[in-house]
Ligand binder design. Structure first.
Ligand code: ADP
Ligand code: MG
Length: 360
């Protein structure tokens, strides 16, 4: 725009009175001053607005898609903050991955049946937070589900035979975990016991990432790890539009305008295989020793992502009646559940229209 105006003015200047020297000098001077003024205005405009912008980055960490988007007036600082978010995700993955041999969680599963394993207070605390959700849910959420869960390989369509399924299920019991809060040790009283934080670690990581952004005075941002997102502020005057994935199609079943909140969705479509029309997926009901099949998708809104993540997995297992009862008694928690027939169920606070259309 600016260049266009300068070019126009220069063209006009050359086309008129070029034989009149005085006139030429006058016009030349006038042209220069106007150009300078235009340049100044453009420069000021550039400084005041051009740098404040949305910045975003997507990486693959923790076996999932990590996305961060934030509003910042300095592109370099924005890049540095997004790098810090990704570094934090890597750090948590290095601590809590069940697959990485150097991760403390891996070491627990390898050694804790032989001797108490000392871990960082951070990991110890998250195990205790997990057990809190086990207490809340009557044992539906239970990180020792992995005693059975590790026998499944959803990609290779492998599941345990009946004998192994039963022996694995018998080892699921978070109350049996021996946790020493002073020494920060974990001990498994039974060989074969395992733990896995897959139902809560991503939400925890999202919270840690948001804390980094808050400390840097970022006021508008989103951090997503797979199905777990936390929103800081709004989209600058507008809400964030958060889609709940259609459980059986590549589209959104429901879109919610949100700000300043965490939203987590668990689904039976993430990791699964089918045998004779029966779906075996990555969530395990400790009481049945099998995947729960009443619901196909559970979404939780909560004040932080650790809670939203743990509860989305929990309500998937509890089902409509018990799940909504739990959401209704927890302050600041809302739930949107989609059952296998496509019917949507809401917690009381979301006050749905009398007849809500099923998802098809
Ligand atoms: P994701 O975002 O990985 O899909 P979800 O929040 O939907 O995670 O939770 C599913 C994960 O929770 C599983 O992959 C598994 O690691 C873990 N999980 C499965 N069953 C249970 C259970 N009964 N209690 C706690 N965690 C579980
Ligand atoms: Mg979860």
């Amino acid at each position: 725009m600016y260049l266009w105006r300068v070019w126009n003015r220069a063209a006009r200047l050359c086309a008129t009175d070029s034989d009149n020297w005085q006139n030429f000098m006058y016009r030349f001077f006038q042209f220069k001053m106007t150009s300078l003024a235009t340049l100044l205005v453009a420069f000021c405009f550039h400084i005041s607005t051009a740098h404040a912008d949305w910045h975003q980055r997507t990486d693959a960490i923790m076996g999932t898609r990590i996305f961060v988007e934030l509003w910042h007036d300095d592109a370099v600082t924005a890049q540095r903050l997004m790098q810090q978010v990704m570094d934090e995700m890597h750090r948590i993955d290095e601590l809590m991955s069940p697959y990485k041999e150097t991760a403390q969680l891996f070491v627990i599963n390898r050694d804790a049946a032989q001797k108490p394993v000392a871990i960082t207070p951070e990991l110890f605390d998250l195990i205790q937070v997990s057990n809190h959700y086990s207490d809340l849910s009557g044992g539906a959420f239970d990180i020792t589900f992995a005693s059975l869960g590790h026998q499944f390989d959803y990609r290779k369509q492998v599941r345990p035979d009946e004998a192994h399924r039963k022996s694995g299920q018998a080892l699921i019991n978070y109350k049996a975990l021996q946790l020493d809060a002073k020494k920060h040790t974990v001990f498994f009283p039974h060989p074969g016991m395992r733990i896995d934080l897959g139902g809560i670690a991503k939400g925890y990581a999202v919270d840690k990432a948001i804390a980094i952004l808050q400390q840097a005075s970022v006021t508008n941002a989103i951090v997503t790890a797979g199905g777990d997102s936390r929103l800081l502020g709004d989209r600058r005057g507008r809400p964030w539009l958060m889609g709940i994935k259609h459980p059986r199609a590549d589209s959104h079943a429901i879109t919610l305008p949100l700000d300043n909140i965490s939203i987590s969705t668990s689904g039976d479509y993430e990791r699964y295989f089918e045998e004779d029309g029966v779906r075996f997926h990555h969530i395990i009901d400790p009481k049945k020793g099998d995947s729960p099949r009443e619901l196909v998708s559970t979404t939780i809104l909560a004040n932080n992502s650790t809670e939203a993540d743990a509860l989305s997995t929990t309500l998937f297992i509890l089902g409509v009646e018990k799940g909504l009862a739990l959401a209704n008694r927890l302050p600041g928690v809302s739930a949107i559940l989609i059952d296998h027939a496509g019917k949507v169920h809401y917690s009381d606070d979301l006050a749905p229209p009398a007849a809500s259309a099923p998802v098809r």
